[in-house]
Structure formats: C-alpha cells, structure tokens
Design a protein around this ligand. Structure first.
Ligand code: ZN
Length: 177
C-alpha cells in the first residue's frame, strides 16, 4: 500500500467502486487520526446518505469511549470534574507571564497536607479532560457520564477503539457497572 520511493499510498480500486467515487473528483479531508475521501459533488440524497454513514461511524467511535466510563452516580455531591473549570484550576495571564508559563500550558493543583497549602504545578503533555472539545464535553455531560472516569480514561492513553461497532452495546455495558 505505502510506496516509500514516492511517498504515496495506493488503495484497492474496489474501495472506490464500493463507495461510488470512481470517475468522480474527490475532496480529501485530513483530521487528527482520520482521512476522509469524499466525492466532490453530492446530490441532496447522496449528501444525506454520507452524513448518515459518518454519523453512524461517529456514534460507534464515541460509544467505544463512553462504554468504558460509568454513569456519574457514585460521585457524592456531584462529580468534581463537572462545571466550566472541568475540575481544574487556572491562573491569571499576568501570573503566567511572571513565571514564564505559556498560555496553553496546563496547571495542576495538589494539596500539601503537611504544610496546609495548595501547590500549583505545570502539567505535562498528557491529554486530559481539558483537551475535550466544548461540544463533546457538553454532550458527555448530557449523557450523565462520570467525568472523573472520562478524565482517568483519557490520561491512561489506552486504545479504546479497535474498529468494532460499539453503537448498540453502550446501554447494556453501563447497566452492569
Ligand atoms: Zn462522576
């Protein structure tokens, strides 16, 4: 598939035949972890069918994450990761400037019980709940998913999606937990 001589990837023509893109100009969209080859021109019904397909795929990918998190029922007084701050702390821009902390660097607060103080430290590059886009964060909250669980899962960086369809078994899995 990959030709290192001219840095190209060839795909079997059957894929293009099955998708009805043979002989049509296509657009290629590139995202983080995904490449989409889409026919450049679509009629209304074709566009609707493409949307339905992508929504289905997105649903399956999303559920592969959700099925590994519990519902937020066990967090007494609500989930500490809920709300606008997502359970994390920030410092004013002036303070960031003073300590040479870049605008995007994450800050973590830890409790130093012995000395009765809160320590603010610059976090590493490990992804966490703060990296979840706003629209997805709000969606996850609507589902009642435990945000503490989700944060732990994101930070673990273990693979959660393996190409299997997870769109139907979310309910069953969550009931077991
Ligand atoms: Zn929770």
């Amino acid at each position: 598939m990959y030709d290192p001589n001219n840095h190209t990837v060839s795909l079997p023509v059957e894929l293009f035949e099955a998708s009805g893109t043979v002989g049509h100009p296509v657009n290629i969209s590139v995202g983080d972890g995904v490449i989409v080859i889409l026919r450049e021109k679509l009629t209304a019904i074709e566009a609707i069918k493409v949307f339905a397909y992508l929504a289905d795929l997105g649903d399956s990918i999303f559920n592969s994450v959700l099925k590994r998190c519990g519902k937020c029922l066990d967090c007494e007084d609500g989930c500490s990761y809920d709300g606008e701050s997502r359970g994390f702390i920030d410092i004013p821009p002036s303070m960031r400037k003073l300590y040479g902390i870049s605008e995007n660097a994450k800050i973590r607060a830890t409790l130093d019980e012995e000395n009765q103080r809160v320590l603010l430290t610059k976090d590493g590059p490990t992804p966490d709940l703060r990296d979840v886009p706003e629209i997805i964060y709000n969606l996850v909250r609507c589902y009642g998913v435990c945000l503490t669980d989700l944060d732990t899962l994101i930070q673990s960086q273990i693979p959660v999606y393996d190409g299997e369809d997870c769109s139907d078994d979310e309910e069953e899995d969550n009931e077991d937990e």
